[in-house]
Design a protein around this ligand. Sequence first.
Ligand SMILES: [Zn+2]
Length: 305
Amino acid sequence: MKIDYIKRNCPICGSKSSKEEIYSKSRAEKTEFSLLKEIWNGFFKEKIIFTYSRCNKCKTLYCPTFFSNKHLEELYGQMPANMDQVPLSALKKTQKGYFDFLKKHSDLSGNFLEVGPDIGLFTENCVKEGDYQNYWLLEPNISVKNELKSVVSGKESSIIHEMFDFSKIPDNSISTVVIIHVMDHLIDPLEYLESMKKKLKKDAKILIVTHDEKSILRKIFKIKWPPFCLQHPQLFNLKTTENFLNRLNYEIIAQDKTKNYFKISFLLKHLLWGFGLKINSVPNFFGITVGLKLGNIITVAKYNG
Ligand SMILES: [Zn+2]
C-alpha cells in the first residue's frame, strides 16, 4: 500500500501548530489513493475526508495532510462532468447577486481578470453592465471555451487555459480581479495571490467568493456539510478571509453572506438526501426558485500596492 500525501503547515501564516476539528470515521490520510479517487468522483457512499485542523495562530481551518499536486492533476484531469441539477436560471441569479455586490463597491472600469469563470455566468454581467476595456479569463476547462468566447464576443479578450499562467498579462494593468469558488481548492492560496500581485494596479479591487466554515449549515450538518470534502484543502470564514487578504496588503471594503438560488424541488431532494433518504422524485413546486443564504461569503477588498 503506497500512501504519499503531502504534509502542510498553515497555508496562510505558515504555522505548524494546529488543533484537529473535523474528521471522518475512516480518514483520508490512511486511505489508498485509488479509493479516494472513487470518492472524489462521487462513486462511493461512505464520506472520507482529510482531517481539518484549526491553525492555533491565525485560526484558518485547513488540512495538515492533503493530496500532492501530482494527485490533484490526475484527479481534476479525469473528473466527470458536473452532474448537479441546479438549473441555469438559478445559477445566473446567484452570479448576478455576486455581480451586484461588486457593482456597489467598484466603478467597473479598466481591465478585468477572472480566475475560473467556467461558462461565464459572472462575466456576462460585466459585459452587459460594466465598462471594462479588456477581459483576461483564466479557465483550465477547455470544454467551455466556445461558450466563454461568445460571452465576451465584441470585447477585447484573452482566454487562457491555465490557471497559474499570468505571463501574458501586462504588469500593473488589472483593475478588477474576480475569484469565485477557487480559493478553497488551491493548495497554496497565499502564493497564488502573491504571484498575481504584480499584474494589479494600485487600488485594484478583488472579489472573492468562498464557502463559510462558520455558517449555520455547517453547524447543523457537521461532518456531512458538503464543503467538507476532498476538493477543499482549506476553508475560510469572514475573519480568516480578512486576515488572509490583509497579509497580501489588501484592505477589506465590504463582506457579506451571499444568497444561492435553487428550485424548491432541488432543495427538498437534497435535504432528504442529507437525512439519508435517497429519493429521486419530488414534486416540482411549479419550478419556483428561492434565494437562501446557504453558507457562502463574499468579500471585496482594495489592493494597496
Ligand atoms: Zn495560520
